[in-house]
Design a binder for this molecule. Structure first.
Ligand code: SAH
Ligand code: SF4
Ligand code: F3S
Length: 564
């Protein structure tokens, strides 16, 4: 049991609504008319109450669904995960919730009673992949005549399409948006009488802070921690604010606790996740610090929060949990990178010196249409500041080509930005129009598909060519590599350097600190001399076992890698 506060909700109370095909998405063990349901349903008061009085419940306060019996039998769940790291972490949250309720997990389709598909809606292509998977699952469900198989759609596509998903794909039994995972056991129980169940409520305060995620991949040396949910930025092309709701931060203490637990389990690398981590605020914590102003040339569409613990404070605390645990974070919006964040990154050896600065476009006019809040010049100035404050820093970006009205000249500005800034990693996308977004309402998706494709290829070609040059320059240098595992085919060791570049080397006996030798295993830090480079992988020779603190003590401070 736990105490949960009644909260105002961004409500889409569709669970009580019927659709054009007359099916009810709710507890329909009793046949009720819409009118009766409305009478039994929540009053206006339920929607606007922000009561300080706690409600004793073992699930969030959802007034319109009746308490229902739990699933009677133990059921095996097969997880399919699409989309970003946030979805990976959400799957661990879902698994934690279901495990507690007695569900089991399986990675064998034939053994599964429930398929849960964690979905993404960022581009049409992402959704197409999921529709293909659903085609397969529908066939599977039809063939499994002797037992009941349920299909649940979770995540961003569930939130975007809501009950339309069930109208379009009749095989789907459960639709659950990103803020309703606590309700999953009950939604699944509701489907036992053959009725579909939907909960796509978005919350103003759900952060799952008290749910300790159970990792699907328990052996992994790296893990994710969600530090916030939602996004208030409203970039005009992006569906995320609509699928994940308003921005909210998780309390510092629960994040630090989770980092500590992961360190105790032997995790060597955590990535702090949010749509815009540098606007993190735990307003329940007061600090003496004065709020810094946004750098020149950057603006925001929403009011910056005041007071409380900020991202720099959080980085300070999380990186102090274990000096041998690497800290990464993503995504960050270029508009709010205060000096303190850059400072703490430069000071802490275990905060990886790779900054994701998603530019999206190199043209100020396109950036304006995208509502990114900065110009090309302000972005380039930020890159200079970052490089000055964090010597040896690596940079990564996201870029979109073919956005509404993008001319060839504007696109060339994107290419020229990519020429100017040495990106170690770039995620490059052709624009995909999403309903509901400002761009959908205000602009025309007027760049033809073949031009988008052609521009995308030009970006990819430039990116690969530049990466090859950057990586070739690393030959002869020594990198600190965190070993992740072994390649299936070759048996080679796979790891990553500080800049998240994959480094491959042969398994062999490697020198230890006490002068002995031993083979490497996942979770080891190894000093590796780079001897070969491709655009996406470095090849190395292992020199000796080391630790994070040792390695950066030995090598010139600030350069982050030993240069021959
Ligand atoms: N919050 C993160 C991004 C999450 S989405 C950030 O701001 O960095 C990941 C990336 O998908 C975005 O950075 C953008 O480059 C891309 N993207 C978002 N919407 C898109 C769309 N409609 N078409 C193409 N790419 C898109
Ligand atoms: Fe989308 Fe912009 Fe928010 Fe990133 S910052 S999730 S691109 S709206
Ligand atoms: Fe996709 Fe949702 Fe992530 S739309 S990129 S899964 S936040």
């Amino acid at each position: 049991m736990m105490f949960i506060r009644r909260t105002k909700r961004l409500s889409k109370f569709i669970n009580t609504a019927s659709t054009s095909n007359g099916r009810y998405y709710s507890d329909s063990s009793r046949v009720t008319t819409i009118k009766e349901k409305i009478k039994q349903g929540p009053s206006l008061k339920d929607f606007i109450t922000d009561s300080s009085e706690p409600v004793l419940t073992d699930r969030p306060f959802i007034p319109y669904l009746l308490e229902n019996a739990k699933t009677k039998t133990k059921r095996k769940v097969f997880f399919d995960v699409y989309g970003c790291q946030m979805n990976l972490n959400d799957t661990d949250i879902v698994w934690s919730i279901l495990k507690k309720e007695g569900f089991e997990k399986t990675s064998v389709e034939e053994d599964a009673d429930i398929f849960l598909v964690m979905t993404c809606a960022i581009r049409e292509g992402a959704e197409t992949k999921i529709w293909h998977r659903l085609d397969h699952l529908r066939g599977f469900k039809r063939r499994a005549k002797d037992r009941s198989v349920k299909i649940g759609i979770l995540g961003c596509m569930a939130e975007r399409l809501k009950e339309k998903l069930i109208e379009k794909e009749k095989a789907v039994d459960v639709v659950a948006g990103p803020d309703s995972y606590r309700d999953l056991p009950r939604l699944l129980a509701l489907t036992e009488n053959g009725q579909p169940a939907v909960n796509v409520l978005l919350s103003l305060d759900e952060t799952y802070a008290d749910v300790v995620p159970v990792r699907l991949n328990e052996d992994s040396v790296s893990a994710f921690i969600s530090i916030m949910r939602g996004c208030d930025n409203m970039c005009t092309y992006c569906i995320v604010p609509f699928t994940r709701g308003r921005e909210r931060s998780r309390p510092v203490a629960s994040i630090v606790d989770e980092a500590r637990q992961l360190a105790d389990q032997g995790v060597r690398e955590v990535t702090l996740l949010g749509q815009n981590v540098n606007s993190y605020r735990d307003v329940s914590q007061s600090t003496e610090k004065i709020d810094t102003h946004m750098a020149k040339g950057f603006k925001t569409v929403y009011k910056t929060k005041k007071g409380g613990m900020r991202f720099a404070d959080l980085l300070d605390k999380v990186s102090a949990v274990d000096p041998e645990m690497r800290i990464r974070f993503t995504a960050a919006h270029p508009k709010d990178f205060p000096e303190e964040v850059l400072q703490i990154i430069s000071e802490r050896p275990n905060i990886c010196k790779l900054l994701h600065l998603p530019a999206q476009s190199g043209s100020s006019a396109v950036l304006e249409r995208m509502r990114r809040g900065y110009t090309r010049e302000a972005y380039l100035q930020l890159v200079e500041d970052v490089k000055r404050t964090i010597p040896g820093v690596g940079l990564s970006t996201d870029m979109i080509c073919g956005f509404c009205g993008e001319t060839e000249e504007e696109f060339q500005e994107t290419l020229s930005l990519m020429e100017l800034v040495d990106y170690n990693i770039a995620f490059l996308f052709p624009y995909s129009m999403r309903e509901k977004t400002t761009a959908y309402r205000r602009y025309k998706d007027d760049v033809p598909d073949h031009i988008k494709k052609e521009r995308h290829n030009r970006m990819l070609e430039l990116y690969r060519r530049k990466c090859q040059i950057l990586n070739d320059a690393e030959i002869g240098n020594t990198h600190l590599v965190l070993v992740e595992g072994t390649a299936k085919k070759s048996g080679n060791i796979l790891g990553r350097n500080e800049l998240y570049m994959r480094v491959v080397f042969e398994q062999t006996e490697v020198l230890t600190e006490d002068g002995g030798k031993r083979q490497v295993k996942p979770g080891d830090y190894v000093a590796v001399k780079i001897v070969g480079a491709r655009s996406a992988t470095l090849k190395g020779v292992p020199l000796y076992h080391t630790s994070l603190s040792e390695f950066y003590r030995d090598y010139q401070w600030g350069v982050r890698r030993a240069v021959n």
